[in-house]
Every structure is written in structure tokens, then in C-alpha cells.
Design a protein around this ligand. Structure first.
Ligand code: PEP
Ligand code: MN
Length: 347
């Protein structure tokens, strides 16, 4: 339930409503808006029977039932777009944020080369895996802490914040020390203990959609993180499994405008994992921005033929630069700016 206060409600009136909600055994979440404050309520199992107690309080304008099973991530709960700050770079709101980098950190040289190249082309956040969730236990599993260290050096070199995957609660404290944003991969989207653990940090989280997860499953997974008190969540559509196996996954672009209706959280798209093919990445990236995505996460490698992971879907730096030029035109057509990082680019 949402208690909408009158435009001129005083701080005392808002606190009195919060106190009443607590007295009823629930948790109030005051959310100041541009015109008035709304107070979300969580902790109730079903409709609140004594809602009349709140309606009668001074300064209360109306009570709205939140019908969605997810509460804190819903647009009903919070009308305005959430903007997540990743080391000074915004994701969400009016701008479009481009994240790029290798699938996995292989070496200093490879990571620095790719970081410099994607930054020169206009990417503002660097991606790179140090812990890799691989289908086969015999495939390369990532460099671990040595990879995190290389990412931190790449950040120092370029000024770009870094996003990297955290695979389990054991390594979370270590990854938090290095990363500006924690990626929860598709395979872990429903790892609820991991979701709760990242929810207890205040680190920005990139939550990727599981490849057999519905939009509702994704939003409920995000709810786990917000319910622990971390509002800094960015959702990522990265392709789902369907009957059609022509491409690696099926990019569900309809999910983008749908999620933007249902939730205030930013949504970005990963056309690299969705298609699995470098030649599909550019058209899918253009389409994602046209569909209203708040950003993209793209795999780039300086020598894809020798990449230890996901080489077939990695763009070479020249193709990534070409993509950025095209994205400027798509973004202009829908009247959204690409987020730039002047500080980073002058380093
Ligand atoms: C990745 O980003 O490298 C990755 C493994 O993605 P996903 O979890 O979407 O498969
Ligand atoms: Mn990958």
C-alpha cells in the first residue's frame, strides 16, 4: 500500500503517518517526490485491514493499493525513474550509458588495451569478469583476485568505474573492495542468498535476467535486493531460451518497454550474450536503444580469435567505435543524450 500525502503536508504529519504504520506492525518507506511525499508500506501479507486509521490522519491525501507482487521495484511504489550512480556515472534517467570491455580479464595488456579503446570510442564504464560462471567445470574460470586487481589498475589508468561479476557470498567481501558495480549473472538471478547479501551492501548492482526467467521473476529477484535496503539496482535483458536456437539466446526487446512501465529501475541490454555473434551485436544494440533501454553492456576484445571466453560475440575495437557512431544517431533520433565522462576522457 502507498499513502500519498497532500502537497503541503508537514514533516510532523509525515512522521505521524510513519509512526502509525510502525504501530500497526509494518515498515514505512517515505519517498519525497517533486510535488508530494508518498509513503510505501511493506511487511503486510495481504490487504491492510486497518487502513482507515491512516486515511484519517492529518495531511493524508489518498491510499493506493499496490497490486503488483513486487512492491519496492514497482512504478506504483515510486513514480520517478531511479538513477543509479556508478562511481560518478549515472545509469537511468534521461541519458544512455554504455558499458564495454572484455568478457573476462585475461591479462594486464589485454584489459588495458580494450579499456583504452572502448573509452576512446565513448564507453563510460568498463566491464570484465574475474570470476566466470562457465557451463563446463573444465573451462577457464577467471583469474580471481588477480583479475580484480587488473580491473582496479585499469580504473586507475582510465578513470572508468568497473563492473564485474560476483558469483557467491564467499567472495562478495573481496569483490566489493574492487568493484564499482556488482554484476549478478543470469545463472545466479534466483540465488536468493546472494541477492540478499548484495542487498545488504549499498553497492550498485547489475542484475541480469535469468535465461528461463519471466519479467515477473526478474522484478521479484530485484525486490530481494531492495528489500534489504539497497535501492541501487540496474536490470539487464540478456536474452532468454526459447524454441528458436538459431542464435545463442532470443533477445526479448519487448521486455524493455514493459519493465519501464512496471518498474522505476533502469534497464540496460546485453546484445553480446543475447545473440552470441559479433555480426548481430550492432543491429541489436541499435534496436535496444530505439526500444528505450537506458544503456548497453557490450563485449569487446582486441583479438577475438584468441579470446579465452566469448570470442565469437566480441566486437573488435574498430567495430565498437563504429557502433558508438551509430548509437549517437539513434540516441539523437529519440532525443536522449549518450552519457559522457569528460573527466575520464581527459585522463
Ligand atoms: C557475462 O556478462 O560475461 C555473463 C556471463 O553474462 P550472463 O550471466 O548474462 O550469461
Ligand atoms: Mn561473456
Amino acid at each position: 500500500m502507498l499513502v500519498v500525502m497532500e502537497a503541503h503536508a508537514t514533516a510532523e504529519q509525515i512522521e505521524a503517518v510513519c509512526a502509525e504504520i510502525r504501530a500497526m506492525g509494518f515498515t514505512p518507506h517515505p519517498m519525497p517526490g517533486p510535488t508530494r511525499t508518498a509513503i510505501g508500506i511493506t511487511g503486510n501479507q495481504g490487504p491492510i485491514e486497518q487502513a482507515g486509521r491512516l486515511q484519517r490522519l492529518p495531511g493524508v491525501s489518498q491510499l493506493i493499493r499496490v497490486t503488483a507482487p513486487y512492491k519496492r521495484v514497482s512504478r506504483e511504489f515510486k513514480e520517478l525513474d531511479t538513477v543509479v550512480d556508478v562511481g560518478g556515472i549515472p545509469i537511468g534517467g534521461s541519458g544512455i550509458t554504455i558499458i564495454a570491455g572484455p568478457c573476462t580479464v585475461e591479462s594486464r595488456e589485454q584489459t588495458f588495451n580494450v579499456a583504452r579503446a572502448v573509452q576512446a570510442a565513448g564507453a563510460v564504464i568498463l566491464r570484465g569478469g574475474a570470476y566466470k560462471p562457465r557451463t563446463s567445470p573444465y573451462s577457464f574460470q577467471g583469474l580471481g583476485e588477480a583479475g580484480l586487481q587488473i580491473l582496479a589498475e585499469a580504473r586507475a589508468l582510465t578513470g572508468m568505474p568497473v563492473v564485474t561479476e560476483v558469483m557467491d557470498t564467499e567472495t562478495l567481501p573481496l569483490v566489493v573492495q574492487y568493484a564499482d558495480m556488482l554484476q549478478i549473472g543470469a545463472r545466479n538471478m534466483q540465488n536468493y542468498s546472494l541477492l540478499r547479501a548484495v542487498g545488504r551492501t549499498r553497492h550498485p548492482v547489475l542484475l541480469k535476467r535469468g535465461f528461463a526467467a519471466t519479467v515477473k521473476d526478474l522484478l521479484l529477484a530485484a525486490e530481494y535486493i531492495l528489500a534489504e535496503g539497497n535501492p541501487n539496482v540496474v536490470l539487464c535483458e540478456r536474452g532468454i531460451r526459447t524454441f528458436d536456437d538459431s542464435l545463442r539466446f532470443t533477445l526479448d526487446l519487448g521486455a524493455v518497454p514493459l519493465i519501464k512501465q512496471l518498474s522505476h529501475l533502469p534497464v540496460i541490454v546485453d546484445p553480446s550474450h543475447a545473440s552470441g555473434r559479433a555480426d548481430m551485436v550492432i543491429p541489436m544494440a541499435r534496436a535496444a536503444i530505439a526500444a528505450g533501454a537506458d544503456g548497453l553492456i557490450i563485449e569487446v576484445h582486441d583479438n577475438p580469435a584468441f579470446a579465452v571466453c566469448d570470442g565469437t560475440q566480441s566486437l573488435v575495437p574498430e567495430s565498437f567505435a563504429d557502433l558508438m557512431k551509430q548509437l549517437h544517431r539513434v540516441a539523437a533520433a529519440i532525443e536522449r543524450p549518450l552519457v559522457r565522462c569528460d573527466v575520464a576522457q581527459t585522463k
